[in-house]
Design a protein around this ligand. Structure first.
Ligand SMILES: [Zn+2]
Length: 221
């Protein structure tokens, strides 16, 4: 299949998030926002340091008040859990590798307890991979990933991961295929990645640049 065919087809256009396999990317609403498991809340109530949140702290009798959202194993590799009342997501990145999903899950349990349902141990099926990668392709193609709001800027996401790869492939495609560019635009990476010069500016530089220029004697007007 041509590169265009991989990104411009009805399977991508009709992909859903969440799919039958769970969420593949954000925004993922946290139905238990602000909830703290009983063991950690008890420690905090007696001014002790709250212990790490284990699976047992968020399952069985300790399950959160509301059901969490299911997260597919085929996901962005970025913490896409919404952290406030708007659509701003966490943005912590988990680099590709054997530990990626374990680390992502652990982070979500510690930082956003109750947001996700507990993982199942079933193998990733081909159908789940197809549904997940199509949903991620659509998110990149639609500009959803490019324009998503995050507390922690995730950059390209996991280097060489789905989002990074798809965005690069689509930008290359758009540069060489006028029809694709007309339909979907030419930029699919996030803004800070497209403009590294801007990314490297220090806080002092940004403040200086943002300061309005004032004519001499302004203070005395
Ligand atoms: Zn997070």
């Amino acid at each position: 299949m041509s590169t265009a065919g991989r990104f411009d087809n009805t399977s991508v256009t009709n992909a859903t998030n969440a799919s039958a396999y769970g969420h593949h990317h954000g925004p993922i609403m946290n139905s238990n926002h602000g909830w703290e498991p009983a063991r950690q809340a008890a420690a905090r109530a007696t001014n002790q340091k709250a212990p790490p949140i284990l699976l047992a702290d968020v399952s069985g009798n300790n399950a959160p008040p509301m059901p969490g959202a299911p997260l597919s194993t085929i996901n962005s590799g970025v913490c896409d859990i919404v952290v406030d009342s708007t659509d701003i997501m966490c943005g912590t990145v988990f680099q590709a590798g054997n530990q990626q999903q374990v680390s992502l899950r652990r982070h979500c349990r510690q930082q956003h307890p109750g947001a996700l349902t507990n993982p199942t141990t079933s193998n990733v099926t081909t159908a789940a991979t197809v549904a997940g990668t199509n949903a991620l392709r659509l998110w990149v193609r639609s500009g959803g990933w490019r324009d998503a709001h995050y507390v922690h800027e995730p950059g390209v996401g996991p280097v060489g991961g789905w989002l990074d790869t798809f965005a690069t492939e689509m930008e290359t495609l758009a540069a060489n295929d006028a029809t694709f560019a007309y339909l979907y635009g030419t930029r699919f990476h996030r803004a800070d990645i497209r403009n590294p010069r801007k990314r490297r500016r220090s806080v002092e530089q940004v403040e200086k640049e943002c300061r309005p220029s004032r004519p001499k004697g302004w203070e005395f007007l």
